[in-house]
Design a protein around this ligand. Structure first.
Ligand code: GDP
Ligand code: MN
Length: 380
């Protein structure tokens, strides 16, 4: 789950990572009041879930109080990479002596939690990684080091980013706080770009990006409230509410599968035979016919879907319950695309008997189902 910069900075404050004072506004008048209390100059920053806001005109330095309201109005009128700006963060502006990149994340390749740093911060880090890979430095951490990152481990890394001894000490302390925030709140990423040094030699996080691990959110109800509904796919949220795992994808073959592993295997098989899945959808281990109806509704909302492949391997899930759900769906919903079904496992014979006489295309194996789906759904 993505959260906004101002929310991430709230977490930074709690964990002792230095930030500049600031506050959020959703109207020009509010913004002016905040600017008056912060003192000028201030930076007004669009709060949207994308990077590169600066380049898109979403970050503005203002040193005239009369310009606060009009500049805020202008930023609130922006849509950055399809996301409307509804709130801005105003922060006390600082003079920047040095800009550095610093993040902590899970490196899936090496299966480690690593810090990534680059002495050239502020800019597009992906670009630097391509053009000057030698400028990117890494530090792998053990999971049990994260609660209390040893100074002896952080400092040599911090020195690569900040040659000045005092600044390196500050950066090492920031790393230790990032590590603790990362593990205590189950983050997937914490990125500070730029981490800056001000005129007085103080190291401060000027930007903040935090990604939270969705699968661990149940442990942090206080973080779930930070979710920005504007930035979420409404169909994915609805599916979640009825107990389905649904993720929209680009293809034309709608998938309905029981179990996440089988759903992944189904998608791989579809791709193998030249098709593209329109979604990932796991109806879960139970066999509530209502879930099947909800799954149909979710899949059919996507106008790109040309065919639906249902792949059920009945264990706890009973094939007859799935079949009942399908019959109800055909009854209640307007299903105007072909459906291919592979239905095997518990109560298979009962399930198949229920579906007899319908227009469903059947497949005995996943390969057969995926091949048919790819033929009908075609390649995108
Ligand atoms: P992003 O473009 O979405 O990554 O937004 P940032 O928060 O990183 O801001 C973009 C750029 O604006 C930064 O890299 C800084 O160069 C600049 N900036 C942001 N805050 C300040 C500030 O207080 N003072 C100065 N001088 N520049 C700032
Ligand atoms: Mn940034």
């Amino acid at each position: 789950m993505k959260i906004h910069e101002y929310q991430a900075k709230g977490l930074f404050e709690t964990f002792g990572i230095p930030i500049t004072p600031g506050n959020v506004a959703s109207t020009p008048t509010q913004a002016r009041t905040i600017a008056e209390s912060l003192g000028l100059p201030v930076v007004i920053k669009a709060q949207v879930h994308v990077g590169g806001r600066g380049k898109a005109g979403g970050v503005k330095l203002v040193d005239d109080i009369e310009q606060i309201a009009p500049t805020t109005e202008q930023i609130l009128g922006l849509t950055i990479k399809d996301l409307p700006v509804r709130i801005v963060l105003l922060t006390q502006a600082v003079n920047i002596a040095t800009e550095v990149y610093l993040s902590i994340l899970i490196d899936r390749g090496t299966r480690e939690i690593i810090f990534i740093g680059c002495a050239d911060g502020g800019v597009d880090i992906e670009e630097t990684a391509k053009t000057n890979p030698e400028k990117i430095v890494r530090l792998a951490c053990l999971v049990n080091e994260l609660h209390d990152l040893p100074r002896a481990k952080a400092l040599p890394f911090a020195k690569k980013l900040f040659p000045d001894a005092s600044q390196a000490e500050q950066a090492a302390a920031i790393m230790s706080r990032m590590a603790r925030l990362f593990v205590e709140k189950d983050c997937a990423l914490i990125e500070i770009n730029p981490l800056i040094v001000d005129d007085a030699g103080k190291v401060i996080a000027l930007d903040a990006k935090v990604l939270l691990d969705d699968n661990a959110l149940f442990r942090h109800p206080e973080l779930e409230t930070l979710r920005d509904m504007d930035a979420e796919d409404p169909d994915e949220l609805k599916a979640k509410a009825v107990g389905l795992s649904f993720i929209r994808l680009e293809g034309r073959i709608g998938c309905m599968v029981n179990g996440a592993g089988l759903a992944m295997a189904t998608m791989d098989t579809i791709k193998h035979f030249g098709g593209e899945p329109a979604n990932f959808l796991d109806v879960g281990g139970s066999s509530d016919p209502k879930k099947v109806v909800a799954a149909f509704q979710t899949i059919l909302k996507d106008p790109e879907v040309k065919v639906i492949l249902i792949n059920i391997f009945g264990g706890i899930t009973r094939c007859d319950d799935i079949a009942r759900g399908i019959l109800t769906s055909l009854d209640e919903l307007e299903v105007n695309v072909p459906i291919i079904i592979r239905l095997i496992g518990t109560n298979q014979a009962e399930g198949q008997a229920l579906l007899e006489g319908t227009e469903l295309l059947t497949a005995d194996t996943l390969e057969e189902g995926a091949t048919k789906a790819a033929e009908i759904g075609g390649v995108v």
